[in-house]
Ligand binder design. Sequence first.
Ligand SMILES: Cc1ncc(COP(=O)(O)O)c(C=O)c1O
Length: 384
Amino acid sequence: MPKFVDTRDESILPVDGKNIVLFHPHVPESAIEGVADTLRTRWIGQGPKVERFEEAFRLALGSGHHPVAVGSCTDAIHLAYVLCNLKPGDEVIVPVFTCTATNIPLLYHGIRIRFADAQLGTMNIDPQHVRSLITDRTRAIVCVHYGGLPCDMDELQAIATDAGVPLIEDAAQAVGASYKGVPVGAMSDFTAFSFQAIKHITTGDGGMLMIRDPQLVAKTKRIRWFGIDREAKQGGTWQNDISEIGYKYQMTDIGAAMGLAALETLDDVLALRQSILARYIGRLEGIDGIEVVGAEFKDRVHAAWLCTVLVDRRKDLERKLRDASIESGQVHFRNDRYSVFANFREGELPNMNALEERYLVLPLHTHMSLADADRVCDVIQSGW
Ligand SMILES: Cc1ncc(COP(=O)(O)O)c(C=O)c1O
């Protein structure tokens, strides 16, 4: 039998004080205590802490929309698609550049995916291209706030309104972002957040769907649990009918305990992340052959999940950083390259073509300091 060879040490640097790693989970001590306390109670699956976390998250965002906590952002995105009643053959316009989690759930519904190009300066979805893809079969538009920088929401909302279709935001990377003073999670029909291991706040794995229409909330909570009305069931009514297809999308109280503790630190997390991003922007400005993606916006607040740069000779810079014990990488890849999406390749995507060989993600997380960001910038400044 072939031996399993673990090659991880060759590609991933150990956390040893000297190395600057690309990502690191943010888990405050209070989250560890919260989990330990939860494990001593009767509720470790979906229980009262999930509801407390939903409300605390809504308040932390400052949103009047309705939160439903789920097992991942992928769950939240899939739930949004279910709630939009998408049918086989319907068209949905999506960003070509995103985590595959945005688009894979559509494959379960037999949707015709229409890939929209990225914008050169932000790598977010290009509203102009979205408008050109609208047909009478368009049923939804999906946008992703890449790296934590909000998309052009006015333009996207106008296109969705004109087409009479919902706008779904994949805000996995954008907890704490806002656009023209409105928080992400308070703008469109559906917004999906992620609490996966390396996001701003983590529940191990977890997600939140923020829903605008209050009429959809009870249905969403049923679908989160097979289609069962859990409250009625827990009230002793065991003969509940199941009349719609649900699945098991729920969050657990163990995750919610982590999330409640992490939320207490969200302001500090955002401030640190934003200061590291600002340091990268300030230090890298003016260096030939490199620019920070999405550095220029005054009308929106960047949640600073990623610092992505566009560089010439990317491989050379990656190698140079690596030799200085600094990780970097691409993290996401244009989705139309994957075989599962082969049926949906159509036309050219000139901006994505131009970006494809040039983007690189630099380290940004709460286990690094401004001095670490300076070290990354020093290496870059010395040339590659
Ligand atoms: C843009 C985007 N969408 C969706 C997801 C999926 O999130 P989750 O892992 O919580 O399902 C991610 C995760 O990294 C993401 O970056």
